[in-house]
Unconditional design. Structure first.
Length: 432
């Protein structure tokens, strides 16, 4: 196993990609401690320790950057929100976006460029709301309450989000794995030691109930282990659809005639639906937190909280299922797969080429996606339900979702490295 892991550093391109990704993560962690000018992070930390809510989840995703109120305080979430909106608008809502989505690489570049501009707008609006809202919630948070001070804070937070967006794209292009997912992964992992310490302190604070604290800790560890095993089991699940290619004679050479298969994963979307669902649920909650006392804001705060038995929990499940279908069919289009097989002389045994093949692929994908969507929803929501029934603190509820994202992203990244090794004739380190 150790020898196989050593193969990673024998491939120059792979070694360079891994080191580049690690350097980007080091920059990300350094930026999490660079404070925003004209702010007092100590007052914000005191407020967040006294209150529970959506800010704890944002803080967990940003690697405590929000608690430190650094230039990366808003994290990458504005970019995730912008990506969701652009992808939804590409589904025949805006004709130009739909046309770009069908133009291949050139169209994707145009959509990516618009997503960047939209991210800047969202980040600027959110940064202004965050600075004003935090100053209202924690008096004295902003040292100089002038227009120039608010402008400087908003520009600093927006620049931080834009820099994270650039880092994510660079990791995707020159590093390993999906850059945005890697940054969220790094933020969660950086905050895990603090969460574990807090939970250990909470479990063992009462010496008279030491045995009960040990039982709670063992229960949390068992749930975490079951969650990890379940994620790995489903993520590794693949349905192989056999494809036969007919023989073709081109000049003096014969092509085709071989048998292969189309690997369709049980959960082709990975943990992206969970990230998307959380991003959409957190956005209205974040805005409403700054207007507590208003009836509409209070209703949003109470009902959009997915960590309680409320409308938010139902919306969380629905959004995960919906985004799983959406993201899967964006990645694998049955019509394009059918047309590509037909052009290359391929067919599925027992299924006629053309519309029959499209219908068959759609049927298989619907069944697999339903399984993957229900799995993601169950794994995301069951730890929260168990923790509510056990009366554990909210940090554990946040940890359930965080662990799902960490395991999913880690598994996808390892599979990317594995494929790079096998492609270069090295033995991989993930054994089936």
């Amino acid at each position: 196993m150790i020898r196989n892991l050593g193969n990673i550093f024998k491939v120059e391109d792979l070694r360079r990609r891994i080191f580049f990704t690690l350097m980007m993560l080091v920059v990300f962690r350094i930026g999490s401690f660079i404070p925003v000018p004209n702010t007092n992070a100590n007052i914000l930390q005191q407020m967040m320790n006294e209150t529970q809510g959506v800010f704890n989840l944002i803080n967990a995703f940003s690697g405590n950057a929000l608690q430190n109120f650094s230039i990366f305080a808003m994290g990458i979430m504005p970019y995730v929100t912008a990506s969701i909106v652009v992808q939804l608008l590409s589904m025949d809502v805006i004709p130009a976006f739909s046309r770009w989505a069908k133009e291949g690489e050139v169209g994707r570049r145009k959509l990516a460029q618009f997503t960047r501009y939209f991210t800047v707008v969202l980040a600027l609006i959110q940064s202004i709301g965050v600075s004003i809202g935090f100053n209202r919630a924690a008096a004295g948070f902003i040292v100089d309450e002038s227009v120039w001070s608010y402008s400087l804070i908003a520009l600093s937070l927006t620049a931080g989000t834009c820099f994270l967006m650039w880092m994510g794209e660079q990791i995707t292009d020159k590093g390993i794995g999906n850059g945005i997912s890697i940054l969220i992964f790094a933020g969660i992992v950086a905050g895990l030691p603090g969460q574990v310490g807090y939970l250990a302190e909470d479990f063992f604070k009462d010496k008279d109930q030491l045995f009960l604290g040990i039982l709670k800790m063992v229960g949390v560890l068992l749930v975490a282990i079951i969650l990890i095993v379940a994620v790995i089991y489903i993520q590794q699940g693949v349905r192989k659809i056999p494809v036969q290619y007919t023989k073709r004679v081109v000049g003096r050479k014969m092509y085709g005639g071989q048998s292969t298969h189309i690997p369709m994963k049980t959960n082709a979307a990975g943990v992206i639906p969970v990230i998307f669902a959380l991003s959409l649920l957190m956005f209205p909650q974040t805005i409403a937190q700054f207007w507590q006392g208003n009836p509409v804001a209070d209703w949003i705060i109470v009902n959009f909280d997915y960590t309680k038995f409320s409308l938010g929990m139902a919306l969380y499940v629905i959004l995960i299922i919906g985004f799983t279908y959406f993201y899967t069919f964006v990645q694998l289009n049955p019509i394009q797969l059918s047309d590509q097989m037909k052009k290359n002389g391929g067919f599925i045994p027992g299924v006629r080429p053309g519309k029959a093949t499209t219908a068959y692929l759609t049927k298989v994908m619907n069944r697999l996606t339903l399984t993957g969507a229900l799995f993601l929803a169950a794994v995301s929501i069951l730890p929260i339900i168990l923790i509510i029934l056990a009366g554990l603190p909210q940090q554990v509820q946040i940890g359930g979702t965080s662990l799902l994202i960490v395991v999913g992203v880690a598994l996808e990244t390892l599979k990317t490295i594995e494929s790079q090794l096998i492609k270069r004739h090295y033995k991989g380190f993930m054994h089936k």
